[in-house]
Write a protein that binds this ligand. Structure first.
Ligand SMILES: [Zn+2]
Length: 176
């Protein structure tokens, strides 16, 4: 177990590095990533993101759920409050899912998944829970229906065996 003393020790090293200094709330890379909680797939590590470059939302499966959309809605309000505008026109939203995801073990628990996606259990097949490639495509489409026109959305699947990411949905602007 990593205890608090260890965390404090590591944090001291981080603070000494100074990479946190002068960062702004809005991501410097105009990037928001929706990824999975799985410790193997930390988007910052997998995609080589520096501190401050991207906002990262993580949940089980890296799925675009109603809760994800509510979080994005709140973030949009925060950016509006801080900057007086909607944020950069070229904001890029990435859905990052992965192979061997734990969510593929959950179909035996349809009530859990139905609650998670806020759909009736009989509609769960449409969520492609066992196929990250299909799920990424679905979630990119869902995201596009909720984001403002002009921003970019893309969908990636990370392979936990190779460490490589597959571009399943290339970045495209949300239509007006
Ligand atoms: Zn996962």
């Amino acid at each position: 177990m990593i205890d608090t003393n260890e965390l404090i020790r590591r944090n001291a090293g981080f603070a000494e590095g100074g990479s946190f200094a002068g960062l702004r709330l809005a991501p410097s890379g105009s990037l928001t990533v929706i990824g999975c909680v799985d410790p193997r797939v930390d988007p910052s590590a997998v995609l080589g993101l520096e501190l401050g470059e991207a906002g990262v939302i993580r949940n089980v499966g890296g799925r675009v759920t109603p809760a994800t959309l509510r979080t994005l809605g709140m973030l949009a309000k925060v950016v509006q409050a801080r900057t007086g505008g909607p944020g950069p026109a070229d904001n890029h939203y990435v859905v990052l899912q992965h192979t061997d995801c734990g969510i593929t073990d959950l179909p035996p628990f349809p009530e859990l998944l139905a609650e998670y996606f806020e759909v009736p259990a009989e509609d769960l097949a449409a969520k492609a829970v066992t196929d990250p490639f299909a799920a990424v495509r679905l979630d990119v489409e869902l995201l596009k229906r909720h984001l403002r026109a002009g921003v970019f959305v893309s969908g990636l699947v990370y392979d936990v065996a190779t460490g490589l990411v597959d571009v399943v949905v290339p970045p495209a602007r949300v239509a007006a």
